[in-house]
Design a protein around this ligand. Structure first.
Ligand code: SF4
Length: 329
């Protein structure tokens, strides 16, 4: 993948195969050869429909799941198969924010305990951890006097601020944010996005921002990677991908994003995909997008297109035999 800064995170040929519970059920390749980099201080958006493998990818990066094959390197070190003991010091640097703030917070723990927990695990004293929890509550816009309250006493947006404070407790360099605003009301989403942007500026964080909402991703990301059925089909600078999507799937996704200008919204062409996404347990041969692709030709049914630079000099990579080029736009 092409980035201008050295990589903080490098993911190479990452796969995750889930075995079915029953002996005869087919294995499911949820992630199928995913590669990308994230530089220090950068935000990479990982987008795609539900079930495309983006959350599984995020969970492998923070090692909530162990990859089936492939590698995850953090700061130049392969962490894909480290033991939990070996991972412990790295947990300071790599943290995760979850989609549903309330279900990701222990309802029986106070906010003080929730935010302090990562610090206690890393060996901080209880007094130091509580002091830091107070600082973190202020940092994320919570009232420190509420430190001894329980999660159910907070709104969804406040609960997500608690989740973010917990993620920041150990001063990480990379945060994997898995649909961090999709469970929140639209007005609250903007507040949490503002908060995450401010924290990135102040703390120099890198984000892997996983989302299905392309409007949110456009706002927060420097680069964007589009996933379909476990694979990245397009990756590149946000401006390039949003202005001139080269993969038919990216074009279809972007054509469904509402435009703020009503006249532009009426005038623009919606691309309707054929059928539903296939099951990852039985992916189509060749290009897995071919049964739904309006541009599919014979070769698409038999040969999987590699992810490659489609236009010389372009930083963007596309997995398509017939990517949209400048001459077609
Ligand atoms: Fe469509 Fe073929 Fe490109 Fe796949 S390779 S996205 S089927 S044109």
């Amino acid at each position: 993948m092409t980035t201008t800064a050295p990589s903080l995170l490098s993911v190479r040929d990452l796969t995750m195969t889930f075995r079915g519970r029953r002996a005869r059920s087919a294995p499911v390749r949820a992630v199928d050869g995913v590669s990308f980099d994230v530089a220090a201080g950068e935000t990479l958006g990982l987008v795609g429909e539900s079930g495309c493998g983006k959350s599984t990818t995020g969970r492998m990066i923070v090692r909530l799941l162990e990859p089936t094959t492939g590698s995850v390197s953090y700061d130049g070190r392969d962490i894909s198969h480290l033991s939990q003991r070996e991972l412990k010091p790295l947990r300071r640097d790599l943290q995760m924010v979850f989609q549903d703030p309330h279900s990701s917070l222990n309802p029986r723990q106070t906010v003080a305990r929730i935010i302090s927990d990562p610090l206690l695990v890393q060996g901080s004293s209880a007094a130091d951890a509580r002091k830091r929890a107070v600082e973190l509550m202020e940092l994320v816009g919570l009232i420190p006097e509420h430190i001894d309250r329980y999660p159910h006493e907070f709104s969804g947006g406040q609960a997500q601020r608690i989740g973010i404070a917990r993620a920041l407790a150990t001063a990480p360099r990379l945060v994997v944010a898995d649909e961090p605003v999709s469970a929140l009301d639209v007005s609250v989403q903007a507040q949490i996005v503002n908060l995450m942007e401010r924290l990135q500026r102040e703390l120099g964080l890198a984000y892997l921002f996983i989302a299905h909402d392309l409007s949110v991703v456009k706002r927060v990301c420097d680069r964007v990677a589009v996933m379909y059925l476990g694979r990245i089909v397009e990756i590149g600078p946000k401006e390039r991908v949003y202005a001139a999507p080269a993969h038919p799937y990216t074009r279809a996704l972007l054509s469904a994003v509402p435009l703020p200008d009503p006249a532009a919204e009426r005038a623009r062409e919606r691309i309707t995909l054929l059928g539903d996404p296939p099951s990852p347990a039985a992916p189509p041969p060749g290009c897995t997008f071919h049964p739904r692709c309006p541009k599919a030709r014979e070769i698409c049914r038999t040969e999987a297109p590699p992810l490659r630079i489609a236009v010389p000099g372009d930083a963007r990579q596309v997995a398509c035999h017939f990517p949209e080029g400048p001459e077609e736009r």
